[in-house]
Design a protein around this ligand. Sequence first.
Ligand code: GLN
Length: 471
Amino acid sequence: MSELLDLTAAQTAASLRAGEVSTDELFDHSRARAANDDLGAFLWVAEDAPPPVSAQAPLAGVPLAVKDIFCAEGVPSTSGSRILEGYRPAYTATVVERLAAAGAPMVGKTNMDEFAMGSSNENSAYGPVRNPWDRERVPGGSSGGSAAAVAAGIAPWAIGTDTGGSIRQPASLCGLVGLKPTYGSVSRYGMIAFASSLDQAGPITRDVTDAALLFRHMVGRDPCDSTSLDHPEEIELPQADRLDGLRFGVPPELSGEGIEPGVLTVLKDVLGRVEHLGGTVNETRLPHSPHGLSAYYVLAPAEASANLARYDGVRYGLRAGNGDLLSMYEHTRAEGFGDEVKRRIMLGTYALSSGYYDAYYGRAQRVRTKIVADFASAFESCDFVITPTSPSVAFRIGERTGDPLAMYLSDYCAVPASLAGLPAISIPGGLSEGLPVGIQLVGPAFSENRLLQAAHALEGAIAFPTGPPPT
Ligand code: GLN
């Protein structure tokens, strides 16, 4: 039974269909593992078995770990924050509902950086998460619990959210596949908002096939989210094992200075494999991408400051203060939000204030437009942009907590695709210092099918083990 959870979800589904194990047994096993997890990956574990799921359902009853940013009816949903302690939503996020309907029942809610602000999971109000590759190191963030749960074999697959790297970077640090879809292709309804023009849900899985499987049941327009739209293509399961005729662009801006040498070595190795599989590799400039982080850290806090105004002690979770209205507002927010969230609210409020709006928010929006244009011109001469996902391997717990700027740099390579709303996937490219290194592919809007095909072919050539980390 234990070995079952070390398989990919598609392999597990095959065992379920063959009747080697029942959906109930598998769910119970995953639930027991989650309840005994000593990585800190889970904030809540399902108490009861789900309504019976048929192994013939599209996702066969393979249990799913769900980042705690997704609302689920009657289930604690905290977004990693003290301010939502005790909040049990009256409704379920569209993606969670769709995946459950397709046969992937929620086994638990995973730990995360508070309101998805962070790159290490250390900003969670409920404690850090340990990386199963090295328990003294972070799993990445903000979807750190989801990544650790899959890497440790507690759940066969998981969903997370990515605003500026939070699916791709933890996938990279934990040796997994993470897909951030095209903005708008997945409903945000029931996802606790951080920065609404960037937030997007996606899969964190052991391999590319699993990512395609989950994604195909997440996509599509949802009347409850006016920014969602139907994907122009049916999502296929990738089969490609060659890259003939495909052009890969390497932007020097995201693959040189500031990237660890061991990460660059893995990138070089993967580029060699691209050519071996029939693809071509060329330099592609993304001249404004070095300004991505600066723009992101104006825009995301600006949107967050507006989105988080709703937590005032009246409607959700925590209520503090002496009963007087102003004291309730002040104390609820002072006690309920952690330091990073307060920092972002202050930054965002400042950037949006009337005297500074143009100098900060307006300018950051113009940089965002430049980055969109950079990608558009890059895709005239290449099919995909390829970069490291993260400038470094998993860092030590505590190493970057004292220096927010060092922490922000973790998403240097991930943020440009977020600002441009483009789909991007991280796949394990190899190891450096015995730790996983993720490689990111970015494609044009709605190119998920082609992105998954290319990632599948590369994955086959890289042959990174999909089982649990070596002990
Ligand atoms: N690490 C980035 C941040 O702190 C990205 C987070 C995310 O994608 N949710 O904002």
